[in-house]
Design a protein around this ligand. Structure first.
Ligand SMILES: Cc1cc2nc3c(=O)[nH]c(=O)nc-3n(C[C@H](O)[C@H](O)[C@H](O)COP(=O)(O)OP(=O)(O)OC[C@H]3O[C@@H](n4cnc5c(N)ncnc54)[C@H](O)[C@@H]3O)c2cc1C
Length: 378
């Protein structure tokens, strides 16, 4: 093979692509290796607000907009106010993340940002073919979701779809020390849906209406639900909408790992790094990148053992329950949050618990549908 243009090509300069590039740039192992990051977008807009929990200090603390130590979970019958203990829930605006990493990488001559849309990667010639050019490399890290990805008889797909408004009120209406993780008091038919509230100051909060459903909904439904929540639950009538955020995160047990090969590693959402039962992926991405780097350094395929089979089975069963009984969401999440400590839930969702701890958590939210879904998925 003739010398490739780059050692690595990273397709997609979003969360996974930029975290990977940043991590590579900090490791002497990769010194002198030319790396291209290719994305059709300049990534100069705040297109997402990422939130995640972590213990103590983290890698992104300098970029954090706000963090909380108390979480509220509410239903029409009960509520839980949880002290996060040694965890914090942190908010990071994507624009701050993109700008910071780009600034850091532009100082390094090994890294090149290219604006192009990759149409395909040919594993034989090891070439990424874009609209504006072709790029050869020894290995490709590809964050494009698989175009074949769709729901089928074997796989579940729940859409986590939402709309959020960053609102500003005239008077002080929020407590910026506490956020609302899930509030089920405003329902939409018999679906799994809730409101999420992130107050960043006494007058400003991001209020999001979120569905976990097998189907999507019309834009006006989110607006109606947000209006209802502000009026009926928060009792706020006068507010300005400063920004809007919409999204649809796929929660699925699709076998993303089958797309990996010796010369192509799928990363981010396209690599199955979104936790299927929660839709969170920010911290997971950080973890997967550490593991991927260790794999490279120890001579394994980058994707070696990246996805945890045990937790993927739990997630698959949970998704099947939500697909078959979407009305159960409120009951299951309320059982989860009221019968377990928030720290244990975070560790479970972070896939850090032992099997005996998993059983305890699963028993706490038991419903007969889990048995049916267990047999469907096993
Ligand atoms: C609105 C929103 C809010 C979210 N909030 C949270 C949260 O609070 N916490 C959390 O943990 N997770 C959250 N997520 C889920 C997840 O963390 C994000 O989706 C995250 O951005 C996924 O990272 P990624 O690298 O896979 O995708 P992205 O960050 O979307 O990056 C993919 C990149 O690939 C580029 N690309 C696409 N096609 C091509 C192509 N053909 N050629 C080259 N480049 C291409 C895109 O332009 C993009 O820049 C959120 C998702 C959304 C949509």
């Amino acid at each position: 093979m003739i010398t490739p243009d780059y050692y690595y090509v990273i397709v997609g300069g979003g969360l996974a692509g930029l975290q990977l590039a940043s991590r590579i740039s900090q490791d002497i192992f990769f010194k002198g290796k030319k790396i291209a990051i290719i994305d059709p977008l300049p990534k100069s807009k705040n297109d997402k607000t990422w939130c995640f929990w972590e213990q103590g200090k983290g890698n992104w603390d300098d970029l954090i907009t706000h963090s909380w130590k108390t979480a509220g979970i509410y239903s029409s019958e009960t509520e839980k106010i949880a002290d996060l203990g040694d965890y914090s829930y942190k908010m990071l605006r994507s624009i701050d993340f993109y700008e910071s990493i780009k600034k850091q990488l532009q100082l390094k001559e090994e890294f090149l940002f290219i604006q192009d849309e990759i149409e395909k990667i040919d594993p034989v010639t090891r070439t990424a073919i874009g609209k504006n050019g072709s790029y050869t490399a020894t290995h490709f890290f590809d964050s494009r979701p698989d175009p074949q990805f769709k729901k089928d008889d074997k796989r579940s797909l729940i859409h986590q779809h939402f709309k959020g408004w960053m609102i500003e009120t005239e008077n002080d209406r929020f407590d910026p020390t506490a956020f609302t993780m899930m509030d089920f008091r405003i329902r939409y038919k018999n679906t799994t849906c809730f409101t999420y509230v992130l107050p960043v100051s006494p007058k400003k909060a991001l209020v999001e209406f979120t569905f976990f459903t097998p189907f999507l909904t019309e834009e006006k439904v989110y607006d109606q639900q947000l209006e209802k929540y502000l009026k009926q639950v928060l009792r706020i009538e006068n507010y300005k909408i400063l920004e809007t955020e919409t999204g649809n995160i796929p929660m699925t047990d699709y076998p993303f790992e089958d797309q990996n090969s010796d010369h192509i590693t799928k990363i981010g959402t396209g690599g199955g790094w979104v936790k299927a039962s929660s839709g969170y992926s920010f911290k997971n991405t950080e973890k997967k990148i550490d593991e991927l780097i260790e794999n490279i350094k120890s001579g394994h395929r980058p994707s070696y053992k990246l996805l945890n089979k045990r937790f993927r089975k739990y997630d698959a069963i949970f998704l099947d329950v939500l697909e078959k009984r979407n009305d159960l969401g409120e009951e299951l999440f309320m059982k989860l949050y009221t019968r377990n400590s928030i720290q244990d839930i975070f560790r479970f969702l972070d896939e850090e618990t032992k099997f005996s701890e998993d059983i305890k958590i699963m028993k706490s939210l038991f419903h007969p549908q889990f048995l049916k879904s267990f047999f469907t998925k096993i």
